[in-house]
Design a protein around this ligand. Structure first.
Ligand code: DQA
Length: 155
């Protein structure tokens, strides 16, 4: 069994299952499967296991965040449009006690006004946006480094 300290949960919100088909000028041509493969490879090389999930449903995302308690050492989340609207996801993220990295493929600060507000950011250890697939890859690298450093400090 993997140690909890080596497990990372990656959550993806609505419409991210449509990557590759959707607004490529913002989101690039990679599919969500491509992203999953890439970040699993990066994590595995560092001895980390990634659980990767996507849902179009706000309630399902909330349940997955709740269920993550005590099972993961960190969370990467691209909540999609719920980033800008969901108090339920904000409240769920407040309960968990692990580092959170907020990720977006596009630069949400260079788009419509309504995307410039993220309800999640204040709970995040860090935010990475604007790099397409690379945003996820950087997020995994950052989270793993963060978890490893914290582990060392607590030795
Ligand atoms: C997104 C940005 C959101 O504003 C949008 O609703 C998405 C994707 C991104 O990854 O750039 O669905 O989170």
């Amino acid at each position: 069994m993997e140690k909890v300290t080596n497990k990372i949960l990656v959550l993806n919100g609505p419409n991210l299952n449509m990557l590759g088909l959707r607004e490529q000028e913002y989101y690039g041509s990679s599919s969500l499967d491509d992203i999953e493969r890439s970040i699993k490879e990066i994590a595995e090389k560092k001895g980390f296991f990634v659980k990767f999930k996507q849902s179009n449903s706000e309630g399902e995302l909330v349940s997955w965040i709740q269920e993550s308690i005590n099972n993961y050492s960190g969370l990467v989340i691209n909540a999609g449009a719920y980033t800008h609207t969901s108090i339920a996801i904000f409240d769920a993220l407040k309960i968990i006690n692990v580092p959170i990295i907020e990720v977006h493929l596009s630069n949400i600060y260079a788009r419509e006004q309504f995307r410039k507000t993220s309800l999640i950011s204040e709970l995040a250890t860090g935010i990475i946006c604007g790099f397409g697939q690379l945003s996820y890859e950087l997020a995994i690298e950052a989270l793993i480094t963060n978890v490893q450093r914290k582990e060392k400090e607590n030795l």
